[in-house]
Write a protein that binds this ligand. Structure first.
Ligand code: UT7
Length: 335
């Protein structure tokens, strides 16, 4: 099933502060060589002291609105995909809406690193069924939820946000989608304490279980299997093959995962867009950030068929196809 929905605008925001692998090696026992060879990451953007997720989401949203040639008054709902809201309660979306100056429906989607694809599915359905233009944002501040002393996790993550404006358009197609979740083994990638099962007390602070932890090898293997299967499922559902795909934008966690998924799909490496070297893993923000990066690099031509695939904590996974900007000429400001 595809949705009659087009992406009318795309925007992104990266905090100004860039932290290199060598910078981290001054604080924890790691090295540029280890990080680069294991993950492909060279640097990451890190929020300023006074920045949080809704600030990043609002900045990316403003850029997406400007790109679409629309104002906030044209938007009927805001979906923020995030696993790192400003506060445990409320979600980041109402705060983002307030920063943008609107009182429309605003809610978070928490599907970890797969969140942006889940957000496209939900926001796309709203746009297709009478809600008009919907902002879908992926925004994260992962550097605030990792243990600064835990080298196995700290080096992997960065902060940032990307946003799209979805508009109803009978000539466009968003999808098909494939979404899935397996919650039987959440400790593979989780924050053990700080929720309703294990509130934070001195014990958790002592154990440092209020920080994100991951069994990297297990996550890696699951990511490759699930992302490949999900991407293949949407290709099969659409009756298309890898040859029809102009650009593959996978969740940017580790360049080796993207390479392995690309190889299993028989996707030529030059059609796989990579940003993890510069952005590190920005969870739900990584795909819209990579789309914006691909367009800036001239890799996202109007009419291009784009395949998205992601995997994250939960476990969750998802993939979808979209046609890039098929009616750009009708929307003035859009490129
Ligand atoms: O976005 C959600 C999805 N997340 C992911 O997709 C991440 C998936 N996992 C991965 O990308 C990889 O598993 C990692 C990059 C996290 C780890 O790579 P790995 O090749 O699986 O390494 P490892 O965890 O097996 O660690 C190898 C060694 C260990 O030392 P010993 O036990 O072999 O002596 C670690 O202690 O590397 C050590 N190590 C480090 N050394 C230097 C772990 N982190 C670091 C570090 N610097 N930052």
């Amino acid at each position: 099933m595809t949705l009659p929905v087009a992406i009318a605008g795309l925007g992104s925001y990266l905090p100004a502060n860039v932290v290199t692998n060598d910078d981290l090696a001054k604080e924890i026992e790691t090295s540029d060589e280890w990080i680069r060879t294991r993950t492909g990451i060279r640097q990451r953007h890190v929020v300023a002291q006074d920045e949080a997720t809704s600030d990043l989401a609002a900045s990316a949203s403003k850029a997406a609105l400007a790109d679409a040639g629309l104002g906030i008054e044209d938007i009927s709902a805001i979906v923020v995909a995030t696993t790192t809201p400003d506060h445990p309660v409320p979600g980041a979306a109402p705060l983002t809406a307030a920063a943008l100056g609107t009182e429309v429906a605003a809610f978070d989607v928490n599907a970890a690193c797969s969140g942006f694809i889940y957000g496209l599915r939900v926001g796309g359905a709203m746009a297709a069924t009478g809600d008009g233009a919907v902002l879908v944002v992926g925004a994260e501040t992962l550097t605030r939820v990792v243990d600064p002393q835990d080298r196995s996790v700290r080096v992997l993550f960065g902060d940032g946000a990307g946003a799209v404006v979805l508009v109803p358009d009978d000539t466009a197609s968003l999808g098909p989608f494939d979404l899935g979740a397996d919650g039987t083994n959440p400790s593979m990638l989780w924050t053990a304490a700080g929720g309703t099962r294990t509130p934070v007390t001195d014990v958790q602070l002592e154990e440092r279980s209020n920080f994100l932890t991951m069994r990297g090898g297990d996550v890696y293997r699951n990511a490759v299997v699930r992302m490949t299967a999900s991407a293949q499922a949407v290709l099969d559902r659409s009756g298309q093959t890898v040859d029809d795909v102009d650009l593959f934008v996978g969740h940017q966690a580790n360049v080796r995962i993207i390479d392995a998924v690309g190889q299993r799909l028989h996707m030529p490496a030059e059609r796989c867009h990579i940003t993890v070297d510069r952005h590190a893993n920005t969870s739900a923000a990584s795909i819209p950030l990579a789309l914006a990066d691909a367009r800036a690099a001239g890799r996202l031509e109007p009419g291009a068929t784009v395949l998205l695939a992601a995997f994250g904590a939960g476990l969750t996974w998802g993939a979808c196809l979209l046609t890039w900007n098929p009616t750009a000429g009708d929307r003035g400001a859009n490129r």
